[in-house]
Design a protein around this ligand. Structure first.
Ligand code: 16G
Ligand code: MG
Length: 566
C-alpha cells in the first residue's frame, strides 16, 4: 500500500469536517455534494474486498428512488449479492474516518480481514443518470487506481445490470457474458423462446406501457427493446427527455401514492408498470372500466411467479422444494393465498433485499419479493442441472414444461431483483397463461392497509424481533400494539425504525380502510408516547400518510447536515 499516494489523493477528495454517514440498507445515500470522499474511499474499499475474495467486486453509483439532487454508492460482492455485513461496518468506518486517520483505518481493515495486499484486484463500476453520477464515479476510479486496482467502467447501467456483470465475471461466463450485449441477448432469447409457446398472443398481451421514472431504465429499455420486440412492444413514458428523475413518477411514487405517474395516459384495462430510478424495482397497475386505479405490487408479482413455477414443476413431475420469502409489509391476503390456496410455504425476513435474498437461497427454488417491488427468483445449481436434463430427456408435454422452466430460469436476474427482467418474466407468464391484468389482480383482494411515519428523538430506542413483526423495546410498546390490534377484524400492525430515513415506520391492516387508518393512527400515537416522539403529535386522517422518500442514511436523529459537528 503506497500510503503516501493515498494521503495525497485523499486530500483531493477531502471529507467535510465532522460529517457522519452510515452504510445503510442499500449503501450510502445523501446529498450528492457530500459524497465525493465517500466515493473515493469506496474505491479503496472495493480494492481491499477484491483482494480478499480474489474476485471482481462491483461499485454502483446511484441513489435509486431518491430525489435527483441525492446520490449514493453500494458495493456488490462476488456472486452479485449485497456487501457482507462485516464489510458494511468497514465501509462506515472508512467513510467516517477523519483525513489523518484514513491510513490507520485502511491498515486495520486489511489486518482484520487478512487481506493479502500483493493479490491483484479488479473492480467494475456502473452509474445511473443523475447529473452528479459521472463525476462521483470518477472519484471511485481514483480510489481504485491509487490502491493499484484494475477496473472496468461500464458507465451507465441499471443497478441489477451491474450485479449481473459481477456475477458473470466471477463464474467464468457460465451465468452469461459480462457485457451489456450479453445481458440483452441472454434475457431476450429466453423471453422470445417463451412467448413463442403462448397460444394467445393477441394485441392484449403484446403491448405494455412503462414508466421509467426519468431514469436509467429508459435508456436501457430503449437499447434492449428491439431484441425482444417480436414478443412484446413497450411504450416508454418518463424517459428522461424532459421530466426530473423520480419526480411524480416511478415505482416508489406509484406505490406510496397509490396513483399513476404523471405523464402517462391510461385507458381502462391497459397494462402499465413503473420502474424506480435505478430499475431494480417494479410495480404494475391499471385503471378499471370505472376509472378506479388498481396497484399490483410485489406480493402479487411473487404470487403470479410462484404459482407459475409450481404448475410447471407439477407438469414435469418434479417435487422440488419451493419457498416464497416476504417481509412484514406483505399484505396478509397474499400470505394467506400463498399458504392456503397455493400450498406454498411462506417465510418472513427483515426489510432489505439482502435479508430476503439470503433466505431464498435456502430453497431449491426461492421466490422473494418485497411489497414495494424489489425481488426475483433464485434456483439452486442442482435444480438448474436437473431442469436442463429434463428438457433434453423427457417427452412431449413434460419436455415442453421443462423447456419453459429452463427459459424462465434464464430470464430471471438471479444476482438481484431487476425491473427489466421481472417485467419480461411477468409478461411471459401472462401471455403463456392467457391472463389479463384484471384476472391476475383478481387472484386475491388486498386487505386495506395504511403506512405512517412518526418522528422520534432517537429511533434506535425501538428494537424489534420476529422479522420486525414485534417490538422488544421500548417497554410496553408491543403490549400497547397488541391491545389496539384486538379492537379490529383481520388486523395486524407493526412498527420499525427506518433503515434509510430518520423516522419510525408504522404499518397497519384491517378488514376496512377506515379500520386500517384508525389502527395505524392509534399505533402512531403509542409510538409517539412511548418512544420519545418529537414535534407535532400524529394527527388522525390521511394527511399523515407515508410518502417513502428516503432522504439519507445519517445515523440516528437529524439529517446528514444536522449531524455535522463543528
Ligand atoms: C432500501 C432497500 C429496500 C427496502 C427499503 C426500506 C435494498 C436494495 N433496498 O431501499 O429493500 O425496502 O430500503 O426502507 O436493499 P426503510 O428502512 O426506510 O423502510
Ligand atoms: Mg432502486
Amino acid at each position: 500500500m503506497d500510503l503516501g499516494a493515498i494521503t495525497k489523493y485523499s486530500a483531493l477528495h477531502a471529507k467535510p469536517n465532522g460529517l457522519i454517514l452510515q452504510y445503510g440498507t442499500a449503501g450510502f445515500r445523501t446529498k450528492a455534494e457530500h459524497l465525493d470522499h465517500v466515493m473515493f474511499r469506496m474505491g479503496l474499499l472495493a480494492v481491499l474486498r477484491s483482494k480478499q475474495t480474489k474476485s471482481t467486486i462491483g461499485v454502483m453509483v446511484t441513489a435509486s428512488h431518491n430525489p435527483e439532487e441525492d446520490n449514493g454508492v453500494k458495493l456488490v460482492d462476488p456472486l452479485g449479492e449485497m456487501l457482507a455485513p462485516s464489510w458494511e461496518e468497514h465501509a462506515t468506518c472508512l467513510a467516517n474516518a477523519e483525513e489523518q486517520d484514513m491510513q490507520r483505518v485502511l491498515i486495520d481493515i486489511s489486518e482484520k480481514e487478512a487481506v493479502n495486499l500483493q493479490q491483484d484486484a479488479f473492480v467494475v463500476i456502473g452509474r445511473d443518470t443523475r447529473p452528479s453520477s459521472e463525476k462521483l464515479s470518477q472519484s471511485v476510479i481514483d480510489g481504485v487506481t491509487v490502491l493499484g486496482g484494475q477496473f472496468h467502467d461500464y458507465g451507465l447501467l441499471t443497478t441489477p445490470q451491474l450485479h449481473y456483470m459481477v456475477y458473470c465475471r466471477n463464474t467464468g461466463g457460465r451465468y452469461g457474458k459480462a457485457t451489456i450485449e450479453g445481458y440483452y441477448q441472454k434475457l431476450s432469447k429466453a423471453f422470445v423462446e417463451l412467448t413463442k409457446q403462448a397460444s394467445c398472443s393477441g394485441d392484449e398481451y403484446r403491448s405494455l406501457k412503462v414508466d421509467c421514472a426519468n431514469g436509467i431504465g429508459a435508456l436501457k429499455l430503449r437499447e434492449m427493446e428491439h431484441y425482444f420486440s417480436q414478443g412484446l412492444s413497450v411504450q416508454l413514458f418518463n424517459d428522461g427527455s424532459k421530466g426530473k428523475l423520480n419526480h411524480l413518477c416511478g415505482a416508489d411514487f406509484v406505490k406510496s401514492h397509490q396513483k399513476p405517474p404523471q405523464g402517462m395516459e391510461i385507458k381502462s384495462n391497459e397494462r402499465c408498470c413503473s420502474f424506480d430510478g435505478d430499475a431494480d424495482r417494479i410495480v404494475y397497475y391499471y385503471h378499471d372500466a370505472d376509472g378506479h386505479f388498481h396497484l399490483i405490487d410485489g406480493d402479487k408479482i411473487a404470487t403470479l411467479i410462484s404459482s407459475f413455477l409450481k404448475e410447471l414443476l407439477v407438469e414435469i413431475g418434479e417435487s422440488l422444494n419451493i419457498g416464497v420469502v416476504q417481509t412484514a409489509y406483505a399484505n396478509g391476503s397474499s400470505t394467506r393465498y400463498l399458504e392456503e390456496v397455493m400450498k406454498v410455504p411462506v417465510y418472513c425476513t427483515k426489510t432489505g433485499v439482502k435479508h430476503l435474498h439470503h433466505k431464498a437461497q435456502e430453497f431449491d427454488i426461492g421466490v422473494y419479493f418485497e411489497a414495494n417491488g424489489h425481488g426475483t427468483a433464485l434456483f439452486s445449481t442442482a435444480v438448474e442441472m436437473k431442469i436442463k436434463q429434463s428438457a433434453e430427456q423427457l417427452e412431449d408435454k413434460k419436455r415442453k414444461a421443462a423447456k419453459m422452466l429452463e427459459n424462465i430460469i434464464d430470464l430471471f436476474n438471479q444476482a438481484a431483483g431487476d425491473a427489466i427482467s421481472d417485467m419480461l418474466v411477468i409478461e411471459a407468464i401472462l401471455a403463456l397463461k392467457g391472463l389479463t391484468v384484471q384476472q391476475w389482480d383478481a387472484l386475491y383482494t388486498d386487505l386495506p392497509n395504511r403506512q405512517l411515519k412518526v418522528q422520534v428523538a432517537d429511533r434506535r430506542v425501538i428494537s424489534t424481533t420476529n422479522a420486525e413483526r414485534q417490538a422488544v423495546t421500548p417497554p410496553g410498546l408491543q403490549e400497547a400494539i397488541n391491545d389496539l390490534v384486538k379492537k379490529y377484524k383481520l388486523s395486524r400492525a407493526f412498527v420499525r425504525p427506518s433503515g434509510t430515513e430518520d423516522v419510525v415506520r408504522v404499518y397497519a391492516e384491517a378488514d376496512s380502510q377506515e379500520s386500517a387508518d384508525h389502527l395505524a393512527h392509534e399505533v402512531s400515537l403509542a409510538v409517539f408516547q412511548l418512544a420519545g416522539g418529537i414535534g407535532e403529535r400524529p394527527q388522525p386522517g390521511y394527511k399523515a400518510a407515508e410518502t417513502t422518500h428516503n432522504i439519507n442514511n445519517a445515523f440516528g436523529p437529524g439529517t446528514a447536515d444536522e449531524h455535522t459537528v463543528p
